[in-house]
Design a protein. Structure first.
Length: 397
């Protein structure tokens, strides 16, 4: 178990008014350098905003939208864990895991790894020549949460900055709070500052108008004090181009993310959801209850196209057979990552469960090669492959 003075991602507590119109051009607002994580007020209109409908908001066809992860990527972003105060004696091991994961993804698509300038050379040596290392100040490895969430629209690509605040000020984030802005500036991609605070791991879209999220990680005073669920949902619809939000209760205060959706339920394709299930015989706890509640919501739900959802349950490995250790260990297969032509899946050491998960995810993503990667040190920190990656979607020709 890592000897961390700061809480890890998995067991922290166990030891809008005035939505900004989505702008895809020069009118996008910019964050200050305070690192406070509080959203700035944005303009109600901006140059390049799509033509408005009679109600005064861009029509669904004209708005930008977050594409499904299965759509083609230009590249994957990752980050090099920087702080011993966060990882303790696990830091060398988690860096080896990140290097191995980056190399695996680089077999399918370009990878850009963000690293502090004084750590960049070590990252280059461990990752090898197939991975590009970009000098940029970071604190931790969770690029899904610290990086921008990309959207595509009539005017091209933009990045939504969800004002990362260390999962509700639970972990140091002076540099990570600026990653989205600085990364977008580096690539010259327009930035859209969200009027809400949260993380990329807290949203899951099907690419056809449906989004899943947990209330515990969004309708929470540690991120969005005073904002209602309806206000946050309106922000999702405006920023990400979705038409329907499926809210799952989740679990607040039991892990640093307050139960991100990407460890609980994922869209394999429109109309099909993969759902995490605890290992059979596991004593009933808050995570079992969360999975049961999610199942109830999804069984009764339809998506934005009116389809009933097909639910595919994916059981976690036998805790007595996994190779990793620690009370924070995140042993879910749901935190996989879809890349160009492939699916990157965690391997935990329970051979039967690992092979079953790889088979199920391969069937759910036909035509893609499944690559299993051991992530014992990353998982010991309460995260997974999806948490450590963020895709930049390709702009269609």
């Amino acid at each position: 178990m890592t000897n961390r003075p700061l809480p890890s991602r998995r067991s922290l507590l166990r030891s809008g008014a005035g939505l900004a119109a989505l702008a895809l051009a020069a009118g996008c607002s910019s964050a200050d350098d305070s690192g406070s994580g509080e959203p700035e007020p944005g303009p109600s209109t901006a140059a390049g905003t799509a033509p408005a409908s009679p109600a005064g908001t861009p029509s669904a066809a004209a708005r930008a939208a977050m594409p499904a992860e299965s759509r083609p990527h230009t590249r994957t972003f990752m980050a090099w864990p920087a702080l011993e105060e966060v990882w303790g004696d696990q830091l060398p091991g988690v860096r080896q895991d990140i290097a191995g994961l980056a190399q695996a993804i680089a077999g399918y698509e370009p990878v850009v790894l963000l690293a502090r300038p004084d750590q960049a050379e070590q990252a280059r040596q461990l990752c090898g020549s197939t991975v590009e290392v970009l000098d940029l100040m970071v604190d931790d490895l969770w690029a899904r949460d610290t990086g921008p969430t990309f959207v595509l629209g009539p005017q091209g690509l933009a990045g939504v900055d969800f004002n990362f605040n260390g999962w509700g000020n639970k972990q140091t984030h002076a540099n990570d709070s600026q990653v989205a802005r600085k990364l977008l500036e580096h690539y010259g991609i327009p930035r859209v500052q969200a009027p809400v605070t949260g993380e990329g791991g807290g949203i899951e879209v099907d690419g056809e108008g449906t989004l899943m999220a947990t209330e515990s990680s969004w309708v929470n005073d540690n991120r969005n004090p005073g904002k209602t669920r309806d206000q946050i949902e309106a922000a999702f619809k405006e920023l990400l181009g979705v038409e329907k939000v499926l809210w799952i209760k989740g679990v607040a205060g039991q892990d640093i993310t307050d139960c991100h959706i990407d460890a609980l339920a994922r869209f394999a394709e429109p109309g099909t959801v993969v759902l995490h299930r605890p290992f059979p015989g596991t004593p009933t706890d808050v995570w079992t209850t969360a999975a049961d509640q999610a199942r109830g919501v999804l069984d009764a739900a339809t998506d934005a196209k009116g389809r009933k959802l097909r639910i595919v349950e994916l059981t976690e490995p036998d805790p007595d057979q996994i190779e990793g250790y620690g009370k924070d260990f995140l042993a879910t297969y749901l935190n996989y990552y879809v890349v160009n032509g492939g699916v990157i899946v965690p391997r935990f050491g329970d051979r039967a469960a690992d092979d079953r998960a790889a088979g199920v995810l391969g069937e759910l993503h036909p035509g893609r090669k499944v690559t299993q990667v051991s992530i014992n040190h990353i998982a010991a920190g309460g995260g997974g492959i999806h948490c450590a990656t963020q895709q930049q979607p390709a702009v269609p020709s």
